[in-house]
Design a protein around this ligand. Structure first.
Ligand SMILES: [Zn+2]
Length: 407
């Protein structure tokens, strides 16, 4: 989930020219590589659509970015569906809503058992690939959903949740967000306890959205590598929830992985600058979303319509067009800074505004094609597509077993 249409001061990125791939020009080599690799996406907001009981992942939809036919077409093998709600929702209501979303994801897997399987470990993801199924995983996007109660965290882990983003756009009672005022100077003592318990439970600590100080506190406390489930490079686009080069280096030094987010407002400085220059644009989008979805419109409607309206504004020339080559630029920058073992994919599909040429998951092979054209080896492309993420999962699982056996 991106953090709304927020503007920020920007610094232009370096010189980079990525090759654009026309839709039908994926080479045989790229196809072979892509469809034999394990492709993992660590952040998709499709869960909001699943709250509508009539929504069926098995059908090919003309809107949104994710469904089973398009996941198959794009060679996606594992997807983390996000359990998300605004940080304004707190207390027992947040816990209840999170449980409802977890049930909705599990229900989609149950209904589509021919194609989907719930996975909680790296080896289950590999087994799903062997069985020709898509592995479905879950991540909780925001620590507010545990209501400051470790038992709730334990129950989420029990239900299959395998990462938790410490905060969303607002601070939680024990951690600061990158898009809120400093309140805890990073992680509070209880926040550190949350991280330690996540290590014990085998729930990956996700540092997307958190403040820089929260990131460094989590990096210090966690015994295992961290994941940024959907974050891009601040050196290219100065969004506060993107990672600085130094943060990516420090994340990598402890084995972690940054999963590049495809949201145009996190990819493109030009896009952020255009939003900032004309604050009316965002007010306009919000107004139109209210008109289309109602004042209390559901999140799925707001997300899909927000994306459509943004595209209309691009078509009218009011916002710049961002192409998917920008995703490759961020991947390439992150690899240069953090190393080839520390970069992956965290699209934010169905929760953000996608660049042209990456409107939905079926277009993922273009990433493999582009990386090969950039000169990446096949082994390196496999790492970015999923192997790096699977390595972090395995490390987190091993440490969890170790910590539990000590008690
Ligand atoms: Zn998000």
């Amino acid at each position: 989930m991106h953090s709304g249409f927020r503007a920020a001061a920007c610094i232009l990125g370096g010189l980079f020219v990525a090759t654009m791939v026309a839709g039908d020009s994926i080479s045989e080599r790229a196809k072979k590589l892509h469809f034999s690799a394990i492709v993992v996406d660590t952040h998709d907001d499709t869960t909001q659509r699943m709250l509508d009981e009539k929504f069926d992942l098995a059908l090919r939809h003309s809107d949104g970015s994710i469904d089973i036919p398009r996941m198959k077409a794009g060679g996606l093998n594992a997807v983390f569906f996000s359990i998300w709600m605004s940080g304004k929702i707190t207390g027992p209501e947040a816990v209840n809503r999170a449980e409802t979303q977890i049930r909705a994801v599990r229900e989609q897997v149950r209904r589509n058992a021919k194609d989907l399987v719930l996975a909680t470990t790296a080896s289950e993801v590999r087994a799903a690939k062997r069985d020709g199924k898509i592995a479905v995983l879950m991540g909780v996007e925001g620590g507010h959903m545990i209501n400051s109660n470790l038992d709730v965290l334990r129950s989420f882990a029990q239900a299959g949740v395998r990462y938790m983003t410490l905060t969303h756009s607002l601070n939680v009672e024990w951690a600061d967000s990158s898009t809120d005022k400093t309140a805890h100077n990073g992680l509070s003592d209880f926040g550190k306890e949350v991280v330690r318990e996540m290590n014990r439970l085998g729930v990956i600590v996700d540092i997307s959205h958190v403040s820089d100080k929260t990131f460094y506190d989590a990096l210090e406390v966690s015994k295992v590598p961290l994941l940024a489930s959907h974050s891009s490079c601040r050196a290219i686009c100065d969004a506060p929830r993107n990672m600085t080069d130094q943060m990516m280096k420090d994340l990598a030094a402890k084995g972690g992985v940054v999963q590049i987010n495809y949201h145009v407002g996190f990819l493109s400085q030009e896009f952020r600058d255009a939003e900032k220059k004309d604050p009316k644009i965002n007010e306009d989008i919000a107004l139109q979303v209210r008109q289309r979805c109602g004042v209390d419109g559901n999140e799925a409607c707001q997300l899909l319509e927000g994306d459509k309206i943004t595209r209309e504004l691009v078509a009218q020339g009011k916002l710049p067009r961002v192409d998917y080559a920008k995703i490759i630029e961020h991947i390439d920058h992150a690899v240069t800074v953090a190393g080839i073992d520390h970069v992956g994919l965290g699209s934010d599909f169905d929760g953000a505004n996608m660049p042209y040429g990456m409107e939905d998951v079926s277009m993922l092979p273009k990433i493999s094609e582009s990386l090969l054209r950039q000169g990446y080896s096949e082994g390196d492309v496999r790492k970015i597509l999923g192997e790096n993420t699977l390595r972090v999962m395995s490390q987190v699982e091993r440490e969890s077993r170790e910590l539990r056996s000590r008690k």
